[in-house]
Design a protein around this ligand. Structure first.
Ligand SMILES: Nc1ncnc2c1ncn2[C@@H]1O[C@H](COP(=O)(O)OP(=O)(O)OP(=O)(O)O)[C@@H](O)[C@H]1O
Length: 263
């Protein structure tokens, strides 16, 4: 399990008298904000290579990473430094080759396909290309997420998609097809889609790269605001210096290593 650096004696006493409370609820009572929270992501000694034999090339070297609930963390660094590789490992989209990587309580090193699917179900993804399906309406694109959640009925999926689209300011575009939306509006649909199922972690890869300054700013502000309201941390790969101020923390990568971990 990920390390808890909370006050274990106090936590244990509260847990005894409130057995239904979650670890996060207990820690929110016993810790100053952001201190001692159980990491949502906790990685140590992560190494990763691509290719085989003589063509084998190591991309990540002894990477350590922690992300706690509620924080917005930016992952920056030059092209080719390994940001997307690290993000896709955390996302459960690649097998962990070396090191420990706990995500939402699951050890991903050695995880089965089913375990990886289980982790992915709890994560909201946003990519540079919004990846909306062109033949589905705005609302249908968001509802689609619930295909991975068979316990949510079609009516509930529709209601939740509607409410999330209203929240991102697209309540009057529910039945529009993606081709009728601007780039910024499409990316807001992608944000709604990432958040609609109540993810416990949001992973975003260059979400503002295809947007002008104003639309990019609107998307990251929205992401920050909604993520904070839902208590869900965000890890965002970005080259976009215009959005650095949304970060609680910046992780900078150089040549497959964490170069600095700034506040
Ligand atoms: N599937 C793959 N097979 C072989 N090499 C790969 C693969 N994916 C990435 N690489 C290589 O790994 C290195 C790191 O790539 P990665 O995409 O993680 O970098 P990045 O920091 O996200 O770059 P960018 O900012 O340009 O997106 C690059 O040299 C890339 O060519």
């Amino acid at each position: 399990m990920p390390l808890s650096v909370g006050n274990k004696g106090t936590d244990a006493a509260i847990l005894k008298s409130n057995p239904m409370m979650t670890v996060n609820q207990i820690q929110s009572l016993t810790e100053p904000e952001g201190v001692g929270k159980v990491p949502v992501v906790s990685g140590r000694g992560i190494c990763h290579s691509f290719g085989e034999g003589e063509l084998k090339k190591q991309i990540l070297f002894d990477v350590a990473v922690d992300i706690v609930p509620g924080e917005v963390v930016l992952l920056t660094g030059p092209s080719g430094s390994g940001k997307t590789t690290l993000l896709t490992l955390i996302a459960g989209l690649r097998d962990v080759q070396e090191g420990q990587l706990f995500v939402l309580g699951h050890e991903l090193h050695g995880a089965t396909r089913d375990q990886l699917v289980e982790v992915r179900r709890k994560i909201g993804f946003i990519f540079q290309a919004h990846n909306l399906l062109p033949f589905l309406s705005t609302r249908q694109n968001v509802e689609l997420v619930f295909e991975l959640h068979p316990n949510v009925s079609a009516d509930e999926a529709r209601d939740r998609a509607t409410r999330m689209l209203q929240l991102v300011g697209l309540g009057d575009r529910l039945d529009y097809m993606p081709e009728k939306l601007s780039g910024g509006q499409k990316q807001r649909v992608a944000v709604a889609r990432a958040l609609v199922a109540g993810p416990q972690l949001i992973l975003a890869d260059e979400p503002t790269a295809a947007l002008d300054g104003k639309s990019g700013r609107a998307v990251v502000d929205l992401l920050q605001q909604l993520a904070r309201e839902q208590g869900c941390p965000v890890l965002m790969v970005t080259h976009d210096t215009r959005v650095l101020d949304v970060a609680d923390r910046v992780i900078h990568m150089e040549d497959g290593r964490i170069a600095e971990n700034a506040q």
